[in-house]
Design a protein around this ligand. Structure first.
Ligand code: GRF
Length: 191
């Protein structure tokens, strides 16, 4: 496997829950081809299962929350600057970042979303896809801008929706694809 030719980019992963995308990004970061090194895992939820995984892997992790997004972001910004973070990967991060925060990391925040954007922005994507009898769905990695799930698309994977499929089954199949395209999208950004 080819080695990433440059210096690996200090990357922070933001999570709020399960952390399966964190896991896929961690496994990817350990490969020679990876342009990223995971320098920080941040969670706004101290009970996030993903934090347990980060701990197991000895990753640098922090968690805190604040009702006021400005307070949370100011605290976070200090840490991100100290750790010289150059890329932020949102992976099931359930807080909406402010315009100012995004501006400070312009073009350096990416997100994974479980639909074929621009269709089905927001929550409950699989349920809505099934309700509308869509023939296809998928997942998208995109840059984050100040509008929810609306930044420039980096990579998408399309899959067929099966007839009478449950939300659970569909979300499981989409998740498998998410774990593949997030690393691929990162390679695409840095190639
Ligand atoms: C994923 O489906 C992702 O697309 C969405 O939130 C979910 C997070 O899952 N933004 P996990 O925490 O990475 O397992």
């Amino acid at each position: 496997m080819k080695r990433y030719p440059g210096k690996q980019i200090n990357t922070a992963i933001f999570i709020s829950g399960r952390g399966s995308n964190l896991k896929s990004l961690y496994n990817f970061s350990k490969k020679k081809i990876s342009p990223i090194i995971i320098s920080l895992v941040f969670s706004n939820n101290k009970s996030a299962a993903g934090l347990k995984y980060a701990k197991k892997k000895n990753l640098n992790l922090i968690y805190f929350n604040d009702k006021k997004i400005k307070v949370l972001e100011n605290k976070l910004l200090k840490i991100l600057n100290k750790k010289k973070i150059k890329l932020i990967c949102l992976a099931g991060f359930m807080k909406i970042l402010s315009y100012n925060f995004i501006k400070k990391f312009k073009g350096k925040i990416i997100n994974i979303h479980p639909s074929l954007l621009p269709k089905y922005k927001g929550l409950n994507t699989h349920y809505r896809v099934l309700q509308n009898n869509e023939a296809y769905t998928g997942c998208t990695v995109h840059f984050v801008n100040h509008k929810l799930d609306s930044g420039k698309i980096i990579l998408q994977k399309k899959i067929k929706v099966f007839r009478n499929e449950s939300v659970k089954k569909l979300s499981k199949r989409v998740l498998i694809e998410e774990h593949k395209i997030y690393p691929k999208a990162i390679i695409k950004i840095f190639s």
